[in-house]
Design a protein around this ligand. Structure first.
Ligand SMILES: Cc1cc2nc3c(=O)[nH]c(=O)nc-3n(C[C@H](O)[C@H](O)[C@H](O)COP(=O)(O)OP(=O)(O)OC[C@H]3O[C@@H](n4cnc5c(N)ncnc54)[C@H](O)[C@@H]3O)c2cc1C
Length: 411
């Protein structure tokens, strides 16, 4: 019997990959230093964001970045002592902020995201995990119509892809969502999307399905690899070596250090994000919202999660309070009747590339596959990424062109 395929990292991308490989009849060992679904895949906003293909680095960022950096009310924060380390990544990120590039990225990401609700349902079909997937509409909320019009570049690209919002203004907003405060004067609504009611439990339970169907999950830290003629023969862990036929790196932001162990320097940086969980909350909206492009407001059963903001600050610096203050201040305006029994706070690490595109594919001439770099939309794209990787590894025909995600663009 040939050695198993080792998938490193049990976030949404790794668990989806393990499940899809299993469906293709492969023997898989899924490895994580933690229990599945604890990192970025735990604390995200839960949106199945099929419309989220327009990158953050659109041409307007050249105009907006200085004010975003120095305006304490903006949703972008920078830890200045980390800035020197980020300059190479940030330079590439800004160089990609052209109309041509933004359009190309939008087109490629759309191919990965447009059918994400179906992809999630397909992954969970016939298992108890289905209960965590909700169909929902999604609304961007703004204080004024002018705030909405300020993001017309991004909305125009969305329209070109067929995402035509229904617009509500003035009292129409509160007629749609009675719990929204009078300070919210404009709403752009998209229908036919979805969200996850508890992202951490969702991923943890998908991993349980993988195990119940005969897959192996090992909780241990991967420290290095054994290579022979460019081929990885074993994954080295704190519990000893695990021999493998192929290795899949789905380790979120920590993929950067593992790829370095494999001799590859991938420009991956984290966009840190925050959430506040309002437990047993009343005065919630009925469906997920995006607050003026800063953070999402997602009803999750009895609770409400407000998650988003971007902080450039690497992996090691402690949390800051300013992103959480931004969320709290806006929530007072958006949901004045919100009351909760308790609140909890969280920070996590989005894995982001300078071209806003994940690395999905095979490193040429090796048995190393990559599934990381999904920045703001990894929950959405996890299942399809897993399916693409499984099809590549088992030589199944792939009926779309995903070459834009080829990891060799960075090697
Ligand atoms: C505030 C916030 C809100 C977000 N909202 C959304 C949203 O609404 N919709 C959406 O689609 N996306 C959202 N995202 C992005 C999304 O959460 C991420 O893109 C996605 O979770 C990345 O998943 P992953 O599987 O690549 O990585 P992760 O979930 O980070 O998992 C990586 C795993 O690798 C493991 N690992 C790392 N190194 C090792 C090692 N050496 N040995 C063993 N195991 C290792 C870790 O323990 C971890 O479990 C949000 C992110 C944030 C921070």
């Amino acid at each position: 019997m040939s050695n198993p395929i080792c998938v490193i990292g049990a976030g949404i991308v790794g668990v989806s990959t393990a499940l899809w490989l299993q469906r293709q009849g492969q023997r898989v060992i899924l490895i994580d230093r933690d229990t599945p679904g604890q990192a970025a895949s735990y604390g995200n906003a839960g949106l199945i964001a099929q419309w989220a293909s327009v990158p953050v680095n659109t041409p307007g960022i050249w105009r907006d970045l200085p004010s975003m950096l120095f305006n304490p009310k903006s949703a972008l924060f920078i830890r200045w002592k980390y800035l020197p380390k980020m300059i190479p990544w940030l330079t590439q990120f800004m160089m990609n902020a052209t109309d041509t590039k933004a359009r190309a990225v939008t087109k490629s990401l759309h191919g990965l995201l447009y059918d994400a609700v179906d992809q999630h349902k397909n992954l969970a079909r016939g298992t108890p995990v289905e209960k965590w997937i909700a169909d929902s509409k999604f609304s961007y909320i703004y204080k004024t119509r002018a705030d909405y019009e300020a993001s017309s570049y991004s909305w125009n690209l969305k329209r070109e892809l067929g995402f035509e919002p229904q617009l509500f203004q003035g009292h129409e907003v509160q007629e749609q969502e009675p719990n929204l405060g009078q300070g919210i004067g404009f709403m752009a609504q998209l229908s036919g999307h979805g969200h996850i009611l508890n992202p951490g439990e969702y991923v943890r339970n998908l991993a349980l399905v993988f195990e119940q169907q005969g897959g192996t999950f090992i909780q241990t830290t991967v420290t290095d690899f054994t290579k022979s003629n460019g081929t990885v023969t074993a994954v080295l862990t704190e519990q000893g070596p695990i021999e493998c036929s192929n290795v899949v790196v789905t380790s979120g932001i920590w993929s950067k250090s593992l790829m370095q162990r494999l001799g590859l320097n991938i420009p991956l940086e984290t966009e840190r994000g925050y959430h506040i969980m309002f437990k047993n909350a009343s005065g919630k909206p009925s469906h997920p919202l995006m607050a003026a492009g800063k953070f999402a407001i997602t009803p999750m059963g009895d609770d409400l999660r407000c998650a988003g903001t971007v902080e450039l600050g690497g992996l090691d610096l402690p949390r800051s309070s300013a992103p959480l203050d931004i969320i709290r201040d806006f929530i007072k305006i958006a949901l004045p009747n919100l009351e909760a029994q308790d609140t909890t706070e969280w920070m996590g690490f989005r894995p982001s590339t300078p071209d806003s595109m994940p690395l999905i594919g095979n490193i040429t001439g090796t048995n190393i596959y990559t599934g990381f770099g999904h920045q703001h939309m990894g929950l959405t794209a996890g299942p399809k990424t897993g399916q693409i990787l499984a099809q590549m590894m088992t030589n199944h025909p792939i009926n779309a062109d995903y070459s834009a995600f080829d990891p060799n663009r960075y090697t």
